[in-house]
Write a protein that binds this ligand. Sequence first.
Ligand SMILES: Cc1cc2nc3c(=O)[nH]c(=O)nc-3n(C[C@H](O)[C@H](O)[C@H](O)COP(=O)(O)OP(=O)(O)OC[C@H]3O[C@@H](n4cnc5c(N)ncnc54)[C@H](O)[C@@H]3O)c2cc1C
Length: 464
Amino acid sequence: MAEDVLQELQAHFRGAVVARDGAPDTTEPRAAWNAMHTDSPAIATRCSGAADVVDAVRFAREHGLLVGVRGGGHSVGGLSTIRDGMLIDLSAMRGVQVDPVRRLAHVQGGALLGDVDRETQAFGLATPLGRVSETGVAGLTLGGGYGNLNSKYGLSCDNVVEAQVVTADGRLLTASADENPDLFWALRGGGGNFGIVTSFTFRLHPVGPIVGFVGTFYPLADLAEVERRWRDYVEDAPREVTSFIVTMTFPAAPGMPDVIHDRPVAIVGGVHCGEPEAGMGVLQPLRELGTPLFDMSQPMPYDVMQASFDAFFPRQTLRAYWKSQYLDVLPDEAIDIIAARASERPGPMSLVNTFHLGGAVHDVGTEETAFPERSAPFLVSFDSMWTDPAQDEAAVAWTRSAWEQMRAFGTGAPFLNFTGLADEPLDAGVGAAFGRNLERLRRVKTAYDPENFFRLNNNVLPLA
Ligand SMILES: Cc1cc2nc3c(=O)[nH]c(=O)nc-3n(C[C@H](O)[C@H](O)[C@H](O)COP(=O)(O)OP(=O)(O)OC[C@H]3O[C@@H](n4cnc5c(N)ncnc54)[C@H](O)[C@@H]3O)c2cc1C
């Protein structure tokens, strides 16, 4: 694109406009998390606020540019990576402002989870967010948002009370229960289809500063037994408890005992978000599901706990392909498959995870928000992660075959935040994931983005 055309965009822009062929610039966009997605765009706009986003959208439309939008860059399927066209990067928009009286947090569209936890915890408050603090608030929330407070306080998207959105025609709209309610409905689970969210307002809850935390390491060989007992526990657990099981080969991490170094383990994780000492008592059975190799369960600062998995997920290091599936029940036969697959993971950093879902997540009706899955109590995720490109094919094939095997027990519906669509058509899985909300999503898409300007996402097609 000619220099003078770009200057037209730069004239009012407060952030940076970086052309791939231009002079090297220190204001590179935030790198994507998945090392399989390294493409750089023809033009990157690093916006400083909503007005820059409006200008970037209008400019891209005027010049017929394909647009990618990057919040935290953690899309496993590379949905915020673009080769030609314009990347609208929000990494300079990380502001978080807490209103402790009304228990609200105003969060800019490029904030990371850790940015929010840090500011809200200063007031002893929190909103449900995910389990790796470098993940982007925007992508996570627009896709639902599972994390450690779900059972008590619902999904991340359930706690959004308002959003500021730049739509495909370059307008800056407010979406809430009172203003543009159809857009508000679609944003809560419908992904990045409807516009660029420049700011969310989240409802906050009293959490911490200390919470009950369980992190108990069992030998992977015991997973089938451990997971059966875990299932029986979580089905009757109080809402304060949110729990999951991760299987991995634990690295020789400094400060961790030798007994788990380079050893395949099943980690039973969980949080009790009420009074911490009482919470530890409630969590105690999770520490006795078998004979632990190591147990790091203890009352823990909430923000420390929220970042406790970060070291395993460095940006632009791991190649990744994930695929997940909901289960209405978790019978012994399904657990046996999970255990068998976990024992033959294609590499040490590949994970098989089982998440328990319930409580407040199930209080919301299927059609109340765009996020459709409100009854399944379990989510199983096969997360291949590796570093050598020569393993791409084998790792992807392993995830796909494990996922297919789980279909015998699963609903067939994936959780779109975890879906690695690396080399699949972008609309794969969208119909199954949105179920009966798809038609309404398509109507909202038609109203706000009839030409499918925002299509690098789990794409909902406008009606023809
Ligand atoms: C290590 C890791 C841990 C994770 N843990 C969890 C977890 O605990 N719980 C969970 O629910 N998910 C989790 N996820 C999945 C994660 O929520 C999704 O990948 C999510 O899309 C990431 O959001 P992002 O903003 O970082 O991603 P990006 O790659 O920036 O964007 C993802 C999608 O959202 C769109 N988007 C981003 N920002 C905006 C915006 N401001 N407005 C409109 N559209 C936007 C993009 O265009 C793209 O389609 C995890 C992912 C990783 C890699």
